[in-house]
Design a protein around this ligand. Structure first.
Ligand code: SF4
Length: 297
């Protein structure tokens, strides 16, 4: 299977991009593995004819938005993101009417339509930097309310309004104070993703995006309890074999686990399922992503 996938990649001049939460056997066959910002940047740089995104829908959409002339496919069509589904275009339009002076900052974990209605996109790696770069005092921030709370804490001189108020990722909000206590008993550091509840963020030793975790774990160090999707700890163990990383066994994103090697092979062979977006949505969303890329990580 692996040999067939490698041969198909070469024959089709295809590039496979995998998110850090993908199963390790998928990551092993990917040309790029990273967080959504890294995938977005690499998607823009690739010279491939076919881009296969092993992740969830919004990541495939972002790759398509940045590569409108290339064919972008996602191996499993219903690999979605429940967090992205919290935010609808109507919510953004209504919030804009209520807060005409506010800037709209939309997290990458959102639909292409939501990005198209934003002023600027951000990821968990650069959310603080993106919001700090804006002149507006009031920021409508969606769809993750915990990331919004993190940005608010980092930038107290701004007024961050979460959009919608309770938007969250069920995987990250599954971390509790009991998990903090269990990790403290084991010793080492707690490193949490900013999509975790604010009280978990406050109890953690470091808050980082998955890309930030990869960079932060380089070199020697004490054990880490990794408070994000459990595959992240597997990835860190592959990258840094001498170090100890603990995962929470049931911190699993079901959508991220939908793509199998057989699905990847089929996607390369049949070039399916192609991401189709309207030209108008792509053009407007690209502008908001490029504004983010100009701000940087
Ligand atoms: S881990 Fe959470 S935010 Fe990430 S894709 Fe899964 S549901 Fe969406």
């Amino acid at each position: 299977m692996e040999a067939e996938i490698r041969a198909l990649k070469a024959r089709k001049n295809a590039v496979v991009m995998a998110h850090n939460y993908q199963p390790l056997e998928i990551q092993a066959l990917a040309d790029v593995v990273g967080d959504s910002l890294e995938l977005a940047v690499k998607a823009k740089e690739t010279g491939a004819d076919l881009i296969v995104v092993c992740g969830v829908q919004f990541m495939a959409e972002t790759a398509k938005i940045l590569n409108p002339e290339r064919k972008v496919v996602i191996p499993v069509l219903d690999a979605g993101c429940p967090l992205a589904d919290f935010l609808t275009p109507d919510m953004i339009r209504e919030a804009r009417e209520r807060h005409p002076d506010a800037a709209v900052v939309i997290y990458a974990n959102s639909t292409a339509e939501s990005k198209a209605l934003a002023d600027i996109v951000c990821t968990s790696a650069n959310a603080v930097k993106v919001v700090a770069s804006l002149p507006n005092e009031t920021i409508l921030f969606g769809p993750d309310s915990n990331l919004a709370a993190y940005v608010q804490r980092e930038l107290p001189y701004k007024t961050i309004i979460p959009l919608p108020p309770g938007g969250h990722c069920y995987v990250h909000t599954g971390f509790t104070l009991a998990d903090v206590e269990a990790a403290r008993r084991k010793g080492g550091m707690i490193v949490c993703h900013p999509e975790c509840h604010p009280e978990i963020q406050e109890q953690s030793d470091m808050i980082a995006s998955t890309g930030g975790m990869v960079r932060g774990a380089a070199g020697e160090g004490e054990p880490w309890a990794v408070f994000t999707e459990r595959e992240m700890a597997s990835r860190l163990r592959v990258l840094y074999p001498g170090r100890v990383f603990y995962e929470k066994p049931d911190a699993i994103c079901g959508d991220m686990k939908k793509i199998s090697l057989a699905d990847l092979r089929r996607a390369l062979e049949r070039e399916e399922h192609e991401v189709i977006l309207s030209r108008d949505v792509m053009d407007r969303a690209r502008l908001t992503i490029e504004r983010m890329l100009a701000v940087g990580a």
